[in-house]
Design a protein around this ligand. Structure first.
Ligand code: 6PG
Length: 263
């Protein structure tokens, strides 16, 4: 099922899948098509991966027999939207989650993998290194923002995205001239490194991937027709010039269609 809604005049497409399997199929087919178009146009596809648990199924499908040989990995550059500040061997590491579900199974050049390092003494040093990687890959001039071909985002039940948490004033992030910042929070509550809001809002394409009944209430607050709560961080994710997709399973989406949403 597909519905189109306007969020603050920013067109977003909501695709509701019956279950996680169908959702992964929808998402991966669109990622593949986007990659083919981008590689045809610019000989590259720069994607920022989301962390957490939701996207595991997507990365595994990308690495499966059905897709492993369809993706043109030599033109695809993988970045992370955020990282928990733990060793890559730690099960809480977003790098490890992507390695186990995708990197270990596909033939992608090592130079195409732009991980957020977590071995510097301080996360802000790691943020600075990652920011340098973005500047050199995207050949940015001073003050310019990277423009990812696709950014994947998950959503926390508190409305956090990447490792930007509601208690960090969005004003600070909006004004932030940084591309990458060190933060603290989340579940697990850890020091983290994350892309900032201006970078996310500069993407060509953005895919939110949200599943499970635990996310139904936050989805209603963010996407529901009666949602007036402007303070929610996801309300500040508005692409300047790009297409936003919300991929939801029914468990996460059902409150959008319940009477409660129209009361
Ligand atoms: C992280 C993520 C974070 C995640 C949401 C949803 O490192 O924790 O990047 O933003 O996307 O917390 O997480 P789940 O997919 O595990 O629900």
């Amino acid at each position: 099922m597909e519905i189109i809604i306007n969020i603050n005049n920013n067109k977003a497409q909501i695709i509701v899948a019956q279950n996680d399997k169908n959702l992964c199929g929808e998402v991966v087919e669109r990622i593949w098509k986007l990659s083919e178009r981008s590689i045809k146009e610019s000989k590259r596809f720069a994607i920022s991966l989301s962390g957490g648990t939701t996207p595991k199924g997507i990365y595994s499908l990308m690495a499966s027999e059905s897709y492993r040989h369809k993706f043109q990995w030599k033109f695809i550059h993988l970045f992370w939207g955020d990282e928990r500040y733990v060793p890559f061997s730690d099960e809480k590491s977003n790098y490890r989650m992507v390695y186990d579900s995708l990197l270990a199974k596909v033939d992608i050049p090592k130079s195409n993998i732009h991980a957020i390092s977590t071995d510097a003494e301080d996360p802000s040093i790691s943020a600075a290194f990652y920011e340098q990687d973005l500047i050199s890959y995207f050949k940015l001039s001073r003050g310019e923002l990277p423009r990812f071909d696709l950014i994947l985002l998950g959503l926390g039940i508190d409305g956090h995205l990447a490792s930007l948490f509601p208690q960090i004033t969005t004003a600070a992030e909006k004004m932030s001239s940084q591309l990458v910042m060190a933060t603290l929070g989340g579940e697990p509550n850890l020091p983290r490194v994350t892309l900032t809001l201006p970078v996310i809002n500069n993407a060509k394409n953005l895919m939110w991937i949200v599943t499970g009944a635990s996310k139904a209430e936050i989805i209603r607050k963010v996407l529901g027709s009666n949602s007036k709560n402007k303070n929610l961080l996801p309300k500040h994710v508005l692409l300047k010039d790009g297409q936003t997709f919300w991929f939801l399973d029914w468990d996460a989406a059902y409150l959008l269609f319940s009477s409660a949403n129209h009361s």
